[in-house]
Ligand binder design. Structure first.
Ligand code: IFM
Length: 490
C-alpha cells in the first residue's frame, strides 16, 4: 500500500484541549500471537516429523549460531502455564499456529491423534480461561517431505494444504471459531524461494512467483475446505504482512519504485485473494521471468473466497527509491542477510532506512505506517473487517538483579501503535482486534533466540517465564479497553 511521505508520528497536541484516554470498542479482541515452530519444541515427539525449518536450522550458516526449534521455549509441555500467564494478564484472545508436521506428518494421509490432541487440549484450556482461540493453519513449517516433492512452487502442495485444513477443522472445529489460513505468505514465497534467507533457502525468482501463486491457490482451497467442514458461524481469514510503502522522494521514478514493490509485495496476494485476479502490472513487470502459465483457468477465482476479516501484520514502513544508489546494503526484508533478491521484477529498487528510532531488529519505529495501511485497506475494501494479527518489537531486554525485566521501549512501541489503530478506527477502519507479537521470547527464525519479542521473558537455560513490565501494562489496557499511557509502569 502506498502511504504519504510524511512522518506524523507525534500528533500535534493542543495544550488547551484536555487529552482523553483513547477507548476501544466493546468486544475488541486483545491478544498475543505465536507460532508453532517458534515456541513448541518437542520436535521429535508424538509422531512429529521434520519441517523445512528443522532442515534449514541444520544447514550450516543459515541460522544464528546454529540455533534450532528442537526445544524452543518448551510450550508443548508448558502450555497450561502459558495459558495461565495470559489469563493472569487479562487477555481475551490468543493466536497460535497448528504445526502441519505434528498433525499430518509427511503432509499426506491421516492425521496423528496425539498431534491433534495437543491442540485440542490447548483450545480447551484457552476456552476455560475465557480466551478466544484463533488458529493459523500455516506459519512456515512445511513438512520436509512436501518440499522434497517440490514444495510451494508445485501445485500439489496447495492441494495437500487443503487436505490438511480439513483434518484440522474436523478435529478442532467444535472448539476454535476463528481461523486464518496462511501467515505472511510473502515471507514463505519470497524469503523462502527468492532471497533464501528463510527455509527452504532456495534462490530462484521463478520458483518464488510459482510459490506465491500456489500459496494463493492453497489459501482458496483451504477456505473452501474449512467452510464445508466447520460449523456455520466460523470466521475465516488470512494474515498478510503488507508493506506500508513510501517513495524516498516525490520524484516520478521513486513513485514508480513504490508501484513495483506494491505489486510484488502486496497486490500479488491482495489481487487474487480479494479481487480475484493478478494485477496486470505485476504480470508485465515479471514477463521477462515467466509467462505465468502455471496459473490455470479458474485459479484466481478459487483464491478469491469471501473472508470474514483480513489479518494485517505490521512492524515498520518500507522506503524505496528507483535505484539502489545510496540505499542500505541490507535489503528491507527484515529477516537477515542474503544477497539474492526477494523482489522478482523489481531488483533495481533501492531500500532505505527512515531516520529515527529503531528496534533491536534495526526496524524503524513508525506507527503512522499502520494507520495508513488500515485506512488504505478500508478505502479499497470498504466492507472488510480487519484485525491486526501481528505487531510488536524486539529489544535488548535485561533481567535486573531482583529478577524483574523492565522494557519501557516495548510498552512505548505498542502504545504508539495502538494509538495509530485507534486513529484508524476513528477514521473509519473496522478493526476488531489486536494481537501483540509475541507472548513469549522465542525462536526468531534466522536470528535464532538472539532477538526477544516477548511480553514475557524466557530464561534460555531454565525456561522460567517472567512477565516484563510491558506485560502488566498491556494487560491493564486489555482489561479496561482504554489506552493508558505506559509511563511509570516499571
Ligand atoms: O517472528 C516473526 C513471525 O513469525 C512472523 N512475523 C514477523 C515476526 C517478527 O519477525
Amino acid at each position: 500500500m502506498t502511504v504519504p511521505a510524511v512522518d506524523p508520528r507525534v500528533p500535534a497536541v493542543d495544550p488547551l484541549v484536555p487529552v482523553l484516554t483513547p477507548r476501544f470498542p466493546a468486544g475488541f479482541l486483545w491478544g498475543t500471537a505465536t507460532s508453532a515452530y517458534q515456541i513448541e519444541g518437542a520436535a521429535a515427539e508424538d509422531g512429529r516429523t521434520p519441517s523445512i525449518w528443522d532442515t534449514f536450522c541444520r544447514t550450516p550458516g543459515k541460522v544464528f549460531q546454529g540455533h534450532t526449534g528442537d526445544v524452543a521455549v518448551d510450550h508443548y509441555h508448558r502450555f497450561r502455564e502459558d495459558v495461565r500467564l495470559m489469563a493472569g494478564l487479562g487477555l481475551t484472545a490468543y493466536r497460535f499456529s497448528v504445526s502441519w508436521p505434528r498433525v499430518q506428518p509427511t503432509g499426506h494421509g491421516p492425521a496423528v491423534q496425539q498431534g491433534l490432541d495437543f491442540y485440542r487440549r490447548l483450545a480447551e484450556e484457552l476456552l476455560t480461561a475465557g480466551i478466544t482461540p484463533v488458529a493459523t493453519l500455516y506459519h512456515w513449517d512445511l513438512p520436509q517431505e512436501l518440499e522434497a516433492a517440490g514444495g510451494w512452487p508445485e501445485r500439489a502442495t496447495a492441494e495437500r494444504f487443503a487436505d490438511y485444513a480439513t483434518l484440522a477443522a474436523e478435529a478442532l472445529g467444535g472448539l476454535v471459531g476463528q481461523w486464518t489460513t496462511l501467515n505472511e505468505p510473502w515471507c514463505s514465497a519470497f524469503l523462502g524461494y527468492g532471497s533464501g534467507v528463510h527455509a527452504p533457502g532456495r534462490t530462484d525468482p521463478v520458483a518464488a512467483l510459482r510459490a506465491a501463486h500456489h500459496l494463493n491457490l492453497g489459501h482458496g482451497l483451504a477456505v473452501q475446505a474449512l467452510r464445508s467442514t466447520l460449523p456455520a458461524g466460523a470466521q475465516l481469514s488470512v494474515s498478510l504482512n503488507l508493506h506500508a510503502l513510501r517513495p524516498l522522494t516525490p520524484s516520478d521514478a521513486d513513485r514508480e519504485a513504490v508501484r513495483r514493490i506494491d505489486a510484488v509485495g502486496n497486490r500479488v496476494f491482495l489481487g487474487p485473494m480479494l479481487d480475484g485476479a493478478y494485477p496486470e502490472d505485476l504480470l508485465a513487470d515479471t514477463a521477462q521471468l515467466t509467462d505465468w502459465s502455471f496459473v490455470r483457468p479458474g485459479d484466481e477465482r478459487t483464491a478469491n473466497q469471501p473472508l470474514d476479516w483480513l489479518g494485517v501484520n505490521y512492524y515498520t514502513p518500507t522506503v524505496v527509491s528507483a535505484t539502489a544508489a545510496g540505499a542500505e546494503p541490507a535489503r528491507q526484508d527484515g529477516h537477515g542477510g542474503g544477497t539474492a533478491s526477494p523482489w522478482p521484477g523489481a531488483d533495481a529498487v533501492g531500500f532505505h532506512q527512515p531516520p529515527g528510532e529503531r528496534t533491536a531488529m534495526g526496524w524503524a519505529v513508525d506507527p503512522s505506517g499502520l494507520h495508513d495501511l488500515l485506512t488504505g485497506l478500508t478505502r479499497r475494501y470498504p466492507r472488510l473487517p480487519m484485525m491486526v494479527t501481528e505487531n510488536g518489537a524486539a529489544y535488548e531486554d535485561e533481567v535486573r538483579a531482583d529478577g524483574t525485566v523492565d522494557d519501557p521501549e516495548r510498552a512505548a512501541y505498542v502504545h504508539a501503535h495502538l494509538a495509530a489503530v485507534h486513529r484508524a478506527v476513528a477514521d473509519g477502519a473496522d478493526v476488531r482486534g489486536y494481537f501483540l507479537w509475541s507472548l513469549l521470547d522465542n525462536f526468531e527464525w534466522a536470528y535464532g533466540y538472539e532477538k526477544r519479542f516477548g511480553l514475557v521473558h524466557v530464561d534460555d537455560r531454565t525456561q522460567a517465564r517472567t512477565p516484563k513490565t510491558s506485560a502488566r501494562w498491556y494487560g491493564r489496557v486489555a482489561g479496561t479497553g482504554e489506552l493508558h499511557h505506559p509511563a511509570g509502569e516499571g
